[in-house]
Design a protein around this ligand. Sequence first.
Ligand code: BDP
Length: 329
Amino acid sequence: MKRRNFIIALLAVLLVIPIAVSAGPIQLTVAEIHPKDYPTTQGLFQFAELVKQRSGGKILIDVKYGGQLGKGEKKVVEQVQFGALDMARISVSPMTEFVPALEAFGLPYIWKSQESMWKVLNGEIGKRLLKAVEKYRFYGLNYYEAGARSFYNAKRQIKTVENLEGLKIRVQKSQLMLDLVNTMGANATPIAFGEVYDAISKGVIDGAENNWPSYESTGHYEVAKYYTLDTHTRVPEITVASRISFDKKLTKDQMALVKKAALDTQNYVIKKWNERVEASKKKVMASGKNIITELTPAAREGFVKAVQPLYDKYGEKHKAIIKELRAAQ
Ligand code: BDP
């Protein structure tokens, strides 16, 4: 090769290499506490698939499920907030510690039904609160279904709210949940989700509260046989992204693509969710050991009355949105 040609070839290689490196796919990671077959995890796989297809393989999302990146959601969200992690799918409850406006969604008996909740989440209020997280260094990507939460414990059957008196109940790391469960007469104890099974089986706590799929998938039903369907909250899930990492890794168009794909998986998760609730019920019933309690109308009224002091504490702060939520349903 002539000297001149050699220099041209060398220059070409030097110029092309950095382009090739920067043209590699953008890698994003999302943390999920639930196992692989859980509805929200399935939703994230679908999200990753849509993003891969729509970006022509330029953006790849790695779904780290099963609590691989942390057993407690509050710590995981902290990582998202300071940019060490790109995204997390978590419950709105721990998210209220970062974005107080979201507390309104976690108030007891605020939602009439699954349908009315989705009407609000997909409407103006839901969009506004998804946007509200941006002030706290997040991007709100979507909401997922999480059913209704009810109490379970290893000690006794709960037929009325008074029966909760003195039970040590695990709650998520959220002041609202702590206040709620204490208001109902139990002793609320914040513990990371991944540590609840051991805590119940060792008698450190008497029980917890959650929806059918979580009661089943965690095996909590094996160690806390009394489940009372009081459905005190219907707090949705949320997927949040780190503003620090998204602003650094993605262009405006790419960000829009990712956000749209996340929203496009919501209905898929609702469908998976409804199927899973039935499957979870079946599995728990099949064990033959669980005592499932439905509330009588009078007992339900007792639960609703018991949470009023919580509205006295949080109601003023969220007055406008509570009014809006009630009017929108
Ligand atoms: C489940 C939610 C999960 C929560 C968990 C908990 O899907 O995101 O963190 O409850 O109670 O229903 O910690």
